[in-house]
Write a protein that binds this ligand. Structure first.
Ligand code: TRP
Length: 334
């Protein structure tokens, strides 16, 4: 690596659904921390969403929302390149070249493809099959070394590594091998409020706190979290659903508040009603400012347009530099 040059980070988020606390603590907060130390490319994957959502009536609104929620959570368009996938046409060119290095048999074996076939048997389009090729193009286009993604995307990243190596082997070294990346500590998992699994975009919406939830909705969801009548033995092991409430408190509450409830639990005098009320208020205090900021950004189309233009310009510059190398190495310069 050249001296003084920042390492390149790239990631994408599909514009489907609303962002929730799991996205925030599991991913977004880390992206925000990366902005200063890395050259970051963060993208709204609108083309990927076409593989599952061919109807584009609501796409613009979703793109705006996702961008607004990301900026409200701390992503800074002056630091990172925040852009929309379809604004960088070079992606499609690299996608085409990578398709010649992608084997049908391999793609058909990808578990996410098999899942989608099951979910949408009437729309098994080629874009769905080559979803990982497009994702590899997103990453390799910037010659990114580091890709912050959740567990569910690790297989796609593995495929991107395969194509990087295949390309390099066939045409000469252009791409670094992109690696999964957690910034600092291990990824935070945000448990859902019903004690089952983690907060998620599509499942258990009543047990997931979204950045767009109103104060009252946050209170209602938190108060519904599962509890019991409390421990009867001092210093008991916490049942999962109680441990989860403590985990959530750890994300948003003050230390002394958490210590009080820990000690109440250990002394068998905990009142879960009070604990949930406290958690609800602390969640409201945490989420409300993000929600309000996101809302004012979301409705400012002029600002969003500027952000996307600036981001796309940065992304295209990096993409062009890569594509010149790609064409040259492939012998497509006549
Ligand atoms: N496939 C990713 C997801 O579903 C989104 C994505 C698209 C992405 N392109 C990417 C993630 C490039 C990381 C890098 O979440």
């Amino acid at each position: 690596m050249e001296k003084g040059k920042k390492q390149i980070v790239m990631s994408g988020i599909r514009p489907t659904g609303f962002l929730h606390l799991g996205n925030y603590f599991g991913a977004l907060r880390n992206y925000v921390r990366m902005q200063d130390e890395y050259e970051c490319y963060f993208m709204v994957a609108d083309l990927h969403s076409l593989t599952t959502h061919p109807d584009t009536k609501e796409l613009k609104g979703h793109v705006h929302r996702v961008l607004a929620e990301n900026i409200a959570s701390g992503l800074d368009p002056d630091k990172a390149a925040l852009f929309c996938q379809s604004h960088v046409r070079e992606t499609s060119e690299l996608y085409l070249y990578l398709n010649m290095l992608a084997y049908k048999g391999e793609l058909e074996k990808t578990p996410t493809f098999k899942d989608k076939v099951r979910l949408q048997p009437d729309n098994v389009n080629a874009g769905l099959l080559t979803y990982p090729v497009l994702m590899a193009a997103d990453i390799l286009l910037h010659r990114a070394a580091l890709v912050p993604v959740g567990k569910d995307q690790e297989q796609h990243l593995e495929i991107a590594r395969t194509y990087a190596n295949r390309f390099n082997h066939r045409y000469g070294d252009v791409f670094p091998e992109p690696q999964a990346f957690n910034f600092g500590q291990a990824l935070v998992k945000v448990p859902s409020l019903d004690g089952a699994g983690k907060m998620s975009k599509s499942e258990n919406q009543n047990a997931t706190l979204y950045l767009a939830d109103s104060d009252d909705l946050i209170r209602k969801k938190v108060m519904k979290a599962k509890t019991d009548s409390g421990p009867t033995e001092p210093n008991s092991v916490k049942p999962d659903y109680i441990e989860n409430i403590f985990l959530l408190m750890n994300l948003v509450s003050e230390k002394d508040v958490i210590e009080k409830f820990e000690s109440d639990f250990n002394n068998c005098v905990i009142r879960y009603g009070d604990m949930k009320k406290q958690l609800a208020e602390d969640m409201v205090k945490f989420i409300a400012p993000i929600r309000e900021k996101a809302e004012s950004i979301r409705t400012d189309e002029k600002y969003l347009k500027e952000v996307m233009e600036k981001g796309a310009e940065k992304a295209r510059k990096s993409a062009n530099a890569t594509m010149e190398k790609v064409r040259e190495h492939m012998g497509l310069v006549y």
